[in-house]
Each structure stands twice: as structure tokens, then as C-alpha cells.
Design a protein around this ligand. Structure first.
Ligand code: DQA
Length: 145
């Protein structure tokens, strides 16, 4: 059994009512439940968190060192701004996948750059909440090899 951590950045707590044309109608709790079901089907333990605070996200990442086997992160707006969260992920040496609900490359130019993608094992975007489930499958495959 592996320990997976799913990290969600700012405003993702508003999923369901936040720009549903872009982000869909599911709430973050719906996504959390699907992720727990998927991780459990592989026998893995999953923690799912969200914060609007950059420092909370950094602290959580730092505390994961040695305790978490794999991270799936949707850094939300911090994708495009946060060297500090990038540095935290780089420091703990836990493999991770970057996920976005929307296709950031089909949106405003400022969303085309990510501070995370070059460090990530993979990036999934534009597939809605399914992206989280694909990331869990990929994490499972990686951890099984
Ligand atoms: C997002 C894309 C980001 O550009 C945006 O700031 C978000 C959500 C996504 O999941 O599509 O908050 O990460």
C-alpha cells in the first residue's frame, strides 16, 4: 500500500459553482470521493487537500518528505506564479504529476507557462476531473514497477 497525496490550490474549493463552463459541475468533494475510490481500488491510501494559501501548501509539501510516495497536484493559479511551491516540490524529491481541469493552452497566454511542468513526471490538462483519476492510475503503475 502506497501513500498518495492530492494537493489542490486556490479557488478549487469553489468547484461546482465556479465558471462551470470551464471547470465542470462537479464539486471538489465529488472529485475527492472519486479519487479515494480509485486509489482504494489499487489498495492505496489517499489524502486529498485544498488550500487558498501558498504558505499552507508549502508547509504541507515540506511535511510530506519521507511520508508520501506520490503527489498529484493541481496548483491552480499558483501554477503560473509560484517559484516557492516549485522549490518545495523540488526539495522533497517525491515524484508528482501536474493536473489541470481545463486545457490551459487553449486559454489566456498567461496560463501557458507553468513553474511545475519541467519537474513533473507528467502533465494532464483539459480532461476535467478524469485527469485526477488518470494521474492516480499513472502513479499506481509507476509505484508498481
Ligand atoms: C486550473 C487552471 C489555472 O490556470 C487556474 O488558475 C485554476 C485552475 C485548472 O484546473 O484548469 O485555478 O489549474
Amino acid at each position: 500500500m502506497a501513500k498518495l497525496l492530492i494537493i489542490n490550490g486556490p479557488n478549487l474549493n469553489m468547484l461546482g459553482t465556479r465558471e462551470p463552463d470551464i471547470y465542470g459541475h462537479e464539486t471538489l468533494l465529488d472529485i475527492e470521493n472519486s479519487c479515494i475510490t480509485k486509489a482504494s481500488s489499487f489498495g492505496h491510501n489517499l489524502e486529498f487537500i485544498q488550500s487558498n494559501s501558498e504558505s499552507d501548501l508549502i508547509n504541507k509539501i515540506q511535511q510530506s518528505r519521507g511520508l508520501v510516495d506520490y503527489i498529484v497536484i493541481n496548483p491552480a493559479a499558483f501554477t503560473h506564479t509560484s517559484v516557492a511551491i516549485r522549490d518545495a516540490l523540488s526539495a522533497i524529491e517525491v515524484p508528482f504529476i501536474e493536473v489541470h481541469l481545463s486545457n490551459v493552452f487553449a486559454r489566456e497566454a498567461f496560463r501557458h507557462h507553468s513553474y511545475f511542468s519541467d519537474l513533473a513526471q507528467g502533465v494532464i490538462c483539459g480532461l476535467g476531473s478524469q485527469g485526477y483519476l488518470f494521474a492516480i492510475e499513472a502513479a499506481h503503475k509507476f509505484l508498481s514497477e
